[in-house]
Ligand binder design. Structure first.
Ligand code: SF4
Length: 482
């Protein structure tokens, strides 16, 4: 694995987006801001919002955390009681302001704003089709194809529901969309339900969020999830449900949302994330028992699974790693080679906890393995007698084509050899991954989940998929930024 590059400070896959929308909510800009703040873990590279007072749609967007965008960009001018917002993780070569959402466009019949979470596997084909007819794209995101579909005369003749349903039915892959006109907010989830999207009630209005943790921070009450293949429209007559496509025989909810992406206090796909992770930790302890003195989590994503491992094994849990919460996106190492060392700034090891001990380290996943390998060495430097790695998901052997930014197949450490080869690379006494069967066992509808990054069984055909990373970095784009 020599030469593989760390992914910033971290060795985890990256989520692409978080969505929050509000309808009939006074001072919608403040509510959306609070919602996006709660969803910041889903994307830290850019964000924005579009708000309507039913006459005019105003929007802001920018690079950085939503608090930075909101503070700098005259957010107070965003007056209105409905709006949609977006936080984004940008892939390599795509930190262009045009790609930050919501995308706001003017069609023949008015303003439309669009925010997307996921990855469209047929975006490239749709884009080429429209370009051949003379359409001009302003961004390099896959999300923009929906804007062109909405403006397509084939769908424009329909009413609001028929038009949006027609446009959505052309899309393949993973998507949750929030769509706004001057006087309504719509929420749609792809027919397989890859990404989560929930509906809440706030006062006399409604809110929509990628995760329910955003309802807690805004004071909203959870109503239900948007169903796979459903278009929900909030307008002055209430909340309306439409199916834009026949329900497919199989759902494919992303199991990685439960393993890593979602916040522990969220209820995702009907289950509390923290409780699921505790259960995964318990199952991990049953599958890979070990004699040891202390269990330590890689914080924060390994915390819940480590608790479950400790409870099941009887080995005490302690804080072996302390996270520096003040290291952020803006901390730039001058040399690329220094970035591996920068991982050490994020997590410090407590010698007082690990010195002379047999340590079980619980992490949620391994991608390239470079960062975790440094942790193992760090534990030894601090006097750990033995290090046993326990991972609360199976080996990641395949990239994701449904909205998660994994490195290439070659860069995944699990593809570098068998389990023993990975153990040697890590330098640990033992390593144990959770099996696919145990990973899916906490869910009543096991067949309703996607686990393609572990199994290679992709639930939606990926032959036309370019992936966000390659699509965004390959598209030439004029720079309109002033
Ligand atoms: S491939 Fe993995 S990360 Fe992608 S949707 Fe499926 S389970 Fe989630």
């Amino acid at each position: 694995m020599t030469g593989s590059k760390p992914n910033g400070f971290d060795d985890h896959p990256k989520e692409e987006c978080g969505l929050f929308g509000a309808f009939n909510v006074p001072r919608a800009n403040h509510v959306i801001y609070r919602g996006l703040f709660a969803l910041q873990h889903r994307g830290q590279e850019g964000g924005g919002m579009a708000v309507s007072d039913r006459k005019k749609v105003r929007s802001i967007k920018g690079h950085g955390l939503i608090a930075e965008v909101y503070a700098k960009r005259e957010a107070a001018s965003l007056k209105g009681d409905l709006g949609i917002g977006h936080v984004r993780y940008s892939t390599t070569g795509s930190t262009r302001i045009q790609n930050v959402q919501p995308l706001v466009v003017e069609c023949a019949d008015g303003i439309w704003a669009v925010a997307h979470n996921g990855n469209l596997v047929n975006a490239d084909q749709l884009r080429r089709r429209y370009q051949e007819y003379g359409s001009i794209f302003a961004s390099s995101t896959d999300s923009e194809v929906l804007v062109h579909l909405l403006a397509d005369p084939r769908f424009m003749n329909g009413n609001g529901n028929g038009r949006v349903s027609g446009a959505l039915s052309e899309l393949q892959g993973a998507f949750c969309f929030l769509i706004m006109t001057r006087d309504c907010v719509m929420a749609a989830r792809d027919p397989h339900g890859f990404r989560p999207l929930s509906i809440g009630k706030l006062g006399d209005g409604y809110v929509f969020a990628s995760e329910t943790c955003a309802f807690t921070t805004t004071g909203a009450e959870f109503i239900r999830d948007v169903e796979p293949g459903e278009l929900v429209i909030a307008d002055e007559t209430g909340l309306h449900s439409h199916r834009f496509v026949m329900k497919p025989s199989r759902q494919a909810q992303c199991v990685f949302e439960q393993v890593y992406f979602a916040r522990p206090d969220s209820v995702v796909f009907g289950q509390n994330v923290h409780k699921t992770r505790v259960e995964l930790g318990r199952l991990l302890a049953q599958e890979h028992p070990v004699e040891a003195d202390v269990v330590c989590a890689i914080p924060d994503s390994g915390n819940s699974a480590a608790l479950g491992f400790s409870q099941e094994s009887g080995i005490p849990l302690d804080y072996g790693f302390i996270r520096n919460h003040y290291i952020g996106r803006t901390f730039i190492m001058p040399e690329q080679n220094d970035r591996t060392a920068s991982a050490d700034l994020k997590l410090a090891i407590m010698p007082e906890v690990v010195n002379g001990k047999r340590v079980v380290v619980v992490d949620d996943s391994i991608v390239r393995g470079t960062t975790l390998r440094r942790r193992v060495q760090g534990l030894r430097d601090c006097g750990a007698k033995e290090v046993h790695l326990r991972i609360s998901c199976p080996p990641i052997t395949n990239p994701c084509h449904y909205g998660i930014d994994f490195p290439t197949k070659k860069e995944l450490v699990a593809n570098s050899g068998d389990i023993e080869a990975v153990r040697k690379f890590m330098g640990s006494e033992s390593i144990g991954y959770l099996s696919v069967e145990s990973l899916l066992s906490p869910f009543p509808d096991k067949a309703g989940f996607c686990a393609a990054c572990f199994t290679g069984e992709y639930p939606v055909d990926i032959s036309g998929a370019k992936g966000k990373r390659s699509l965004e970095s390959s598209m030439p784009l004029l720079n309109f930024e002033s």
